[in-house]
Ligand binder design. Structure first.
Ligand code: SF4
Length: 688
């Protein structure tokens, strides 16, 4: 009997291990991998039903030029020629890649190398920009490197778990189960800070329905409380942390309990209960997710959380850390190879010595010397005609970016668009000049890095359908045709992995924490047999940080004024996920059982607002913003704050004429990270 294949889930950054037993050419039985550290055999509904999604419905099986099938040679020659010609005529910054956390680390590595080392531009950004780039910017500001200072094991050790801006029960279900297990085992307390009363709040010890956008005030208020109560850690602050001028005066002014409660619209007694609990519990993990990151103040919100942990010494110890739980299956692999326009490679930025070091390692002819355009700016540049050739890999920006109507217009006007994807027709690929059939989950071979930096394999157990090829192969073939045959002479993903590992160790004197030296020389067999790799020590356990002086940095964060409702847009729109769907449903939409949880896109609204607007439960309503409008079914919900509505992100033109949330948010971004603010768009709702 065949052995099950150990692989990693296709969806979220929890990165659950899966045991896949193929039962036919396109069928498989899915179980959790009991030996994987992220899930110990457990799977959520999405992972459990992965077997229903491996059929060939809707697959792109052949290269297409326009609407005609083409050979790989013809399609690849055309892509290479168009990119070469565009660069020759308009310069390296006239082309761009927009990639995805669905890519494996090896795919990401070669795409980043091609753009930043050989084309000579940093115009490669990723849909991870929409997901966790504020956490990246916050980590860099506080620690000097994009290090998540926690692992899932810390949840087992914590006495208090604070969830900020996260519907963990739906969006990271296995993490939520682990939290519940920790509570059962050691009585850990759970506090949820979220404007919405979600399923995650149902069993919490405390729910703080914070006013959207007031998280900086809340965390600064918590820090002020800890200072006033003598609950900071002077020794740790003295040895391991620096504060900018005016930091402590700032915290000491206007952050008292009453002022904080008013700003956050939380009852003072409830807020005090949380402050007391936090101050009394050294083993506290604060997990934060999209409610923090997807904000035009996202980076400051991240740093306000980290500030509290640094000032109270709740970091570098078991069960005590700020913990960004975000991401796709490759939550951190893309970050580690430099898949963001704002980073170079191997956790390096664009400092001149880093550019020179990476250039030497790659023997690169034309290194990018400065950050490229981040997602929202990148598509704006396309619309303005500054980007003339675009390659979109494994993502659907015509649905997922804010102000998606503008994104479509940009794609339509771009002179040359390539889309490599597993799906034939997406809202993005309908604008493509060339479509390239990519390998999907169960067909791909490589590594992913989850939210706690565990590196796991995604292994193939299905044959490649039609003429589909892995993304690393497609990128490599284009790079070779553009003239860089030797630099992209990889035969298999393990070759790319070894090169990535060598780069992390190359002239790395230990100042950078990302160092995969041990993996630089492994053989193919060892790569094939790779067990989930976990970093051994608790990060920062020695109180040293990868900054020039070895100290972490407190960052002065100020609460910006929360916008009052506008006359024409009296509601505030928040957006997010459903429990059983993923992204734009190209995969989860194939599993009938997953559709039963929420069969259609709903706008959730407080009954009091609905009554004032003459809207009833199950009515149809048009949600409108300055960017666009779309139709939703109404769901009355006491979990919404008055004045706020919620819609899901998943529905596309391919499955529905309504529920198009992407058309609605403003294309406003955080100034540090470039992450869009999806959580608070002025809106109106009208019964149809
Ligand atoms: Fe997959 Fe995430 Fe569910 Fe785990 S929690 S099974 S990684 S979707």
């Amino acid at each position: 009997m065949a052995e099950p294949i150990r692989t990693t889930c296709a969806y979220c950054g929890v990165g659950c291990g899966i045991s896949a037993m193929p039962t036919g050419p396109r069928s498989v039985v899915i179980n959790g991998d009991a030996a994987h550290p992220a899930n110990a055999g457990r799977l959520c509904s999405k992972g459990t039903h992965l077997g229903e999604t491996v059929g060939l419905t809707g697959r792109l099986l052949h290269p297409m030029v326009g609407s005609r099938r083409a050979s790989w040679d013809k399609a690849l020659d055309l892509v290479a020629k168009k990119f070469r010609e565009t660069i020759a005529r308009h310069g390296p910054d006239s082309v761009a890649f927009y990639v995805s956390g669905q890519l494996l680390t090896e795919d990401y590595y070669v795409a980043n190398k091609l753009m930043k080392g050989f084309i000579g531009s940093a115009n490669i950004d990723t849909n991870s920009r929409l997901c966790m780039s504020s956490a990246v910017a916050g980590h860099n500001r506080a620690f000097g490197e994009d290090i998540v200072p926690a692992s899932y094991d810390d949840l087992d050790e914590a006495d208090l778990i604070v969830l900020v801006g996260s519907n963990t029960a739906w969006c990271h279900p296995i993490v939520y189960q682990r939290i519940q297990a920790a509570r059962a085992a050691r009585g850990a307390k759970l506090v949820v800070i979220d404007p919405r009363r979600t399923e995650t709040c149902e069993d919490a010890d405390l729910h703080l329905a914070v006013k959207p956008g007031a998280d900086v005030a809340l965390m600064n208020g918590l820090l002020a409380w800890c200072v006033a109560e003598g609950m900071t850690d002077p020794a740790f602050l003295g040895d391991s942390v620096t504060a900018p001028d005016g930091f402590w005066d700032h915290i000491g002014t206007g952050h008292d309990l009453w002022t904080t409660a008013k700003t956050c619209d939380i009852a003072p007694a409830l807020l005090e209960q949380f402050f007391r609990l936090f101050a009394a519990t050294p083993r506290t993990v604060t997990l934060f997710s999209q409610g923090i990151n997807q904000s035009i103040r996202g980076t400051d919100q991240v740093n306000a959380i980290i500030n509290v942990h640094l000032a109270t010494g709740r970091i570098g110890k078991p069960g005590a850390a700020p913990f960004s739980i975000t991401g796709q299956p490759n939550a951190m692999g893309g970050r580690e190879v430099g898949g963001l326009a704002s980073t170079l490679a191997a956790h390096m930025d664009f400092a001149a010595d880093n550019v020179a070091r990476v250039g030497r390692f790659w023997a690169a002819p034309t290194m990018a010397t400065k950050p490229g355009l981040k997602a929202v700016d990148l598509f704006r540049a396309i619309g303005e005609g500054r980007i003339k050739a675009l390659w979109v890999m494994a993502t659907n920006p015509a649905v997922s970016l804010p102000d998606a109507g503008r994104v479509r217009e940009a794609l339509e006007t771009c002179p040359f668009v390539v889309v490599s994807d597993i799906i034939a027709d997406t809202d993005t690929s309908v604008h493509a000049d060339v479509r390239l059939p990519a390998a999907g989950w169960g067909e791909k071979d490589g590594t992913v890095t989850n939210s706690d930096r565990t590196i796991s394999r995604q292994r193939p157990f299905l044959t490649l359908p039609g003429e589909a090829q892995p993304d690393w192969w497609i990128v490599t073939q284009v790079a070779r045709r553009m003239g860089w045959r030797n630099a992209f002479a990889y035969d298999r993903p393990a070759d790319i992995w070894r090169e990535h590992a060598r780069l992390t160790a190359y002239q790395n004197d230990g100042a950078r924490l990302l160092n995969l030296r041990a993996w630089a020389t492994i053989g193919n067999d060892a790569y094939d047999a790779m067990e989930p790799f976990r970093w051994g020590d608790t990060p920062f356990a020695d109180g040293r940080f990868p900054t020039p002086d070895g100290k972490a940095r407190l960052v002065l964060t100020k609460q910006m004024e929360v916008q009052a409702p506008l006359k024409d847009w009296p509601m505030t729109l928040n957006t997010g996920r459903y429990r059983d769907q993923w992204h734009t449903m190209t995969r989860t939409g194939l599993a009938p059982k997953l559709a039963r949880h929420r069969e259609e896109p709903l706008v959730e609204i407080h009954p009091r607002d609905a009554q004032a607007l003459g809207i009833g439960d199950r009515d149809l309503a048009q949600v409108q913003t300055a960017q666009g409008s779309s139709l939703f079914r109404v769901m009355l919900s006491q979990g919404q704050r008055v004045g706020e509505i919620f819609t899901p992100i998943h529905w596309t033109d391919q499955v529905s004429s309504g529920g198009r949330t992407g058309l609605l948010p403003r294309p406003l971004v955080d100034p540090h990270s470039g992450q869009p603010g999806f959580k608070s768009t002025p809106a109106s709702v009208e019964r149809v």
